[in-house]
Design a protein around this ligand. Structure first.
Ligand code: HEC
Ligand code: HEC
Length: 454
C-alpha cells in the first residue's frame, strides 16, 4: 500500500469522531494532505474528567499514599513504587521492586502505572457486564465454559471494536485482573510480604492512630474508628481509592497526542508516519489492542482494549523467583490469581497495559523483561523470525521459544494477530525506520506537553 492510500484508509476508518465517508473522495484527499502536514483533519472535543477540588476523603487518601509508616519496614509508601514523577510507575529500571519487612525482598512483577485506571471495567469473560443487572450473572467458570465454544475474532487496527465482543477475559486490576476496585486493590500491596509487608490490619490501624492525620479519621468516621482495625483499614483503602479517582494527576490527558486529537498541536513527519504504522493492520497493527481513537462520546482513548493476551514474553532471569525452574508466572491462571487455575486456555495471558506515558518507563511487560522501547519493538517484530535472539536454549542447545511458559501452554501464545503472525523467512512487520517512527509516535503519549491548557 502506498502512503497516500494508507492515509486515506486510516482516515476512512474514522480517525476522529467524524462520520465515515466512502474511500477516496475529494474531501478525503484534502484530509490526507492535512495529515501529511501533521494536522488532525477532524479535531474532536475530548470529554476529560473535570478538575474539582479534592474531597476531604481524597485529601486523606493522598496523605496515606505518601506515608511510609504504614509499611512493615516503615520505609515504603505506595509512592515508593508508584512514583508521581514517572506517571505513577516504577522510578528506575530494576524489573521488580525490592521491598518487604527487611527492604530486601524482591517482588514478582513489574510495577504498572496508576494513570488512566479510572475507566478500567471489572474482570469478566466477554464484554463488561458490570453496569447491567448482575443478579443472574454467570460465574467466571461458567463464562469460561461458554467462551470455549466461541471462535475468536481476529484483532485488526482497522476495526478494533469488532474484537470487543470476543468472549475473552477483559477488565480488572493487576496484570492478572484479580481484583476489581481500587479500594480492594490497595490492601494487597499493604499486606504483601514482598511489598509494604504490614503484619496485619491492626498494625496499620496502630500506625494511623499515631499519625498527624489521625484527627482527619476521627472527623470523617467518628471517634470510635480506632476501635475497629478492619473497618479503619477499609476506610483507609477507600480514601486511597478516592485520591486516585479524584486527583487529576491520575488522568491529566495533557499529552501532545491529546492536544492533536483536539486540533491544538501538529505532529512531526516521523510522528505521523509512526501513527500510520501503529494503525496499519499490515504493519504494527498496534491499535488493534492499544486503542487510539476517542470513543463515540468523545472519551479520550486509553491505548488498551482492557483485554488479555499471551504474547510469550521471554523469561526474565533477573527475577529471583525465576531461579526456581519449576516457577512460572502464568497470569490469569495463577499463581497470584487463584480462581482460574483450571482454565488452562488462559495460562500465560496478561492484561494489555495502556501505552500512555510508556516512553517514561524503563521497565516493560509484566515481568520487566525489557528496558527500552527499542528492545520492545525489536522483539515484537522479530519474536518468531529470530527467536534465538530473545530466548534461552534448552539442554540440547535448541532455542526454547516462549521460554517463560511450560510447553503445554505455549499454544495459548498469540500467533494469529498481526504483528505476531510471522513465520521464519517472512518479511518483518516493521523495518528499522518504521520502528523508530512508532517510538516517535509513542513519545507523543507522554503527559505534560501542554499542561497549562488543562
Ligand atoms: C513494592 C512496590 C509496590 C508498592 C509499595 C505498592 N505497589 Fe502497587 N503495584 C506494584 C506491583 C508490582 C503491581 C502489579 C502486581 C500484579 O500485577 O500482581 C502493582 C499494582 C497496583 C495497582 C493495579 C494497577 C493496574 O494497572 O492494574 C494499583 C491500583 C496499585 N498497585 C496501587 C497501589 C497502592 C494504592 C499502594 C499503597 C497502598 C501500592 N500500590 C503500593 C508494586 C507496588
Ligand atoms: C494482540 C494484542 C496486542 C497487539 C497487536 C500489540 N500489543 Fe502491545 N501489549 C499487549 C499485551 C497483552 C501486553 C502485555 C503483555 C505482557 O506483559 O505479557 C502489551 C505490552 C506492550 C508494551 C509494554 C507496556 C508496559 O507498560 O509494560 C508496549 C510498549 C507495547 N505493548 C507496544 C505495542 C506496540 C508498539 C504494538 C504494535 C507494534 C503493540 N504493542 C501491539 C497486546 C498487544
Amino acid at each position: 500500500m502506498t502512503v497516500g492510500a494508507l492515509v486515506i484508509g486510516v482516515l476512512a476508518m474514522g480517525m476522529a469522531a467524524a462520520a465515515p465517508s466512502p474511500v477516496g473522495t475529494p474531501a478525503q484527499h484534502a484530509d490526507s494532505l492535512l495529515l501529511a502536514k501533521g494536522v488532525n483533519p477532524h479535531p474532536a472535543k475530548l470529554n476529560i474528567p473535570p478538575a474539582r477540588p479534592l474531597s476531604a476523603m481524597a485529601q486523606l487518601g493522598r496523605k496515606l499514599f505518601y506515608d511510609p509508616r504504614l509499611s512493615g519496614s516503615g520505609q515504603m509508601a505506595c509512592a515508593s513504587c508508584h512514583d508521581a514523577a514517572h506517571a505513577y510507575g516504577p522510578p528506575g529500571e530494576i524489573s521488580v521492586m525490592i521491598g518487604g519487612h527487611d527492604m530486601h525482598t524482591a517482588g514478582f512483577r513489574a510495577v504498572p502505572s496508576l494513570r488512566y485506571l479510572y475507566r478500567q471495567p471489572s474482570f469478566a469473560i466477554g464484554p463488561d457486564t458490570s453496569s447491567g443487572d448482575n443478579d443472574a450473572a454467570a460465574t467466571l467458570q461458567q463464562q469460561a465454559q461458554t467462551a470455549a465454544t466461541h471462535d475468536k475474532v481476529l484483532k485488526t487496527a482497522q476495526a478494533p471494536q469488532a474484537a470487543a465482543v470476543n468472549l475473552v477475559p477483559q477488565g480488572g486490576l493487576f496484570w492478572d485482573g484479580r481484583v476489581d476496585t481500587l479500594q480492594q486493590q490497595a490492601s494487597v500491596p499493604l499486606l504483601n510480604p514482598a511489598e509494604m509487608a504490614a503484619s496485619a490490619p491492626e498494625a496499620v490501624a496502630k500506625q494511623i492512630e499515631q499519625a498527624d492525620y489521625a484527627n482527619d479519621f476521627r472527623g470523617l468516621f467518628g471517634p470510635n474508628i480506632f476501635k475497629d482495625g478492619r473497618l479503619l483499614m477499609a476506610e483507609a483503602m477507600f480514601a486511597i481509592a478516592r485520591y486516585q479517582i479524584e486527583d487529576p494527576s491520575f488522568h491529566p490527558f495533557t499529552s501532545k497526542y491529546d492536544a492533536w486529537l483536539e486540533g491544538k498541536s501538529r505532529l512531526t513527519a516521523p510522528e505521523v508516519r509512526g501513527y500510520l504504522a501503529f494503525n496499519d493492520p499490515a504493519k504494527g497493527n498496534c491499535a488493534a489492542c492499544h486503542l487510539d481513537k476517542p470513543t463515540q462520546d468523545g472519551l479520550p482513548p486509553l491505548f488498551t482494549d482492557f483485554q488479555y493476551e499471551a504474547l510469550g514474553v521471554p523469561r526474565n532471569a533477573t527475577i529471583p523467583a525465576n531461579h526456581d525452574p519449576a516457577y512460572y508466572d502464568l497470569g490469569i491462571c495463577g499463581p497470584y490469581r487463584t480462581d482460574m487455575h483450571d482454565q488452562v486456555q488462559y495460562c500465560g495471558m496478561f492484561l494489555t497495559p495502556s501505552l500512555r506515558n510508556t516512553a517514561t518507563r524503563k521497565v516493560f511487560f509484566h515481568n520487566g523483561a525489557f528496558h527500552t522501547l527499542d528492545e520492545v519493538l525489536d522483539w515484537y517484530v522479530n519474536r518468531d523470525l529470530q527467536p534465538e535472539r530473545f530466548y534461552s536454549k534448552d539442554a540440547s542447545g535448541k532455542v526454547a521459544k516462549y521460554d517463560d511458559l511450560p510447553a503445554q501452554y505455549q499454544s495459548n501464545v498469540d500467533t494469529a494477530d498481526a504483528p505476531f503472525n510471522r513465520h521464519p523467512g517472512d518479511q518483518p512487520a516493521l523495518n528499522k525506520q518504521e520502528i523508530q517512527d512508532i517510538i516517535a509516535f509513542l513519545r507523543t503519549l507522554t503527559d505534560g506537553y501542554n499542561s497549562a491548557k488543562h
